[in-house]
Design a protein around this ligand. Sequence first.
Ligand code: PGA
Length: 255
Amino acid sequence: MQKLIVGNLKMNLLTVAERDRYLESFERELKNLPEHQTEIVLCPPAVHLEKFVEKLKLKNVFVGAQNIFWEERGSFTGEISALMVKNVGCSHVIIGHSERRKYFAENDEAINFKIRAALKDGLTPIVCVGESKEEREIGDTARVISQQVNQALVEVPISRITEIVFAYEPIWAVGSDVTPTSDDILEVKITIKKLLVEKYGVSDVEKVRVLYGGSVNSKNVSQVCLQPQLDGVLVGRESLIPVEFLKIVSLIDAN
Ligand code: PGA
C-alpha cells in the first residue's frame, strides 16, 4: 500500500507573492526527492487550489481542498462544491477536521453528507476523527472513534468504503506539541479496521488507509508512526515549510 502524506495549509498563504514563494520553494525542494514513493496531497485554501493544480503537475503530488459543501450547485452563498473542486483538477478533500467541527459547528451528519458528495463527484475524502482530551482521560477513545466512523459511513455503499482515507487526529494533539504514543495510534487504527470488517463486511480492509495527524514533524514522525503500521500522516504547521514537510516525506519513504 502506497503511503500518503497530506499537508493541510489551513488559512495561510495570504498574498499571491507568498503563495508563489511557497510553490517555488516546494518545487525546488521536491527536486531533491525525485523518486519519492510516498503520495503527497497538498491542501491549500480554496482561493489557491487552481494555481496549485497548475504548478504541481508532478509525479505522486496531488491537490485537495480543505472543505466542501454537500450540495452540488445553487444558492449556498460562500460555499464550494465537490464538483467545483474536482473541476479545477483536485483529487482529494479533507472532511470533518476538528477545527471545522469546533469553529463551524460541523456535526457528524454534515460530515456524512460531505463524504457522500465527495465520493459521488470523484474526490477522495480524507475523513478526520478524533477524541477530546477529556474523552481520552475517561477511556472513551474507542467508543468516540467508532461513533464518528459509523456516522461518517451512513448510506455509503460498502464497495466505496476503501476509497475513503481516515485520519486519526486526536483533538488534543492538533496544534499542540503533544502526540499520542505509537501504541495509542495503532490501537485506534485497529479499532477502525475492526469496525470496517465486523460491522460493514469490508473484505479488502487492507486497502483502507488510516493516517495519523496532530503535531507531526520531522523529529517525531518515526516515533509516532511505527512501521509497518504506518499508512501516512496529516501535517498542519510543518506543511507550511516545504523543506520540513519534504523531510517528513523522505523519512516515510525510508521506512
Ligand atoms: P498540526 O495540525 O500538525 O499543526 O498539529 C494538524 C492538523 O490540523 O491536521
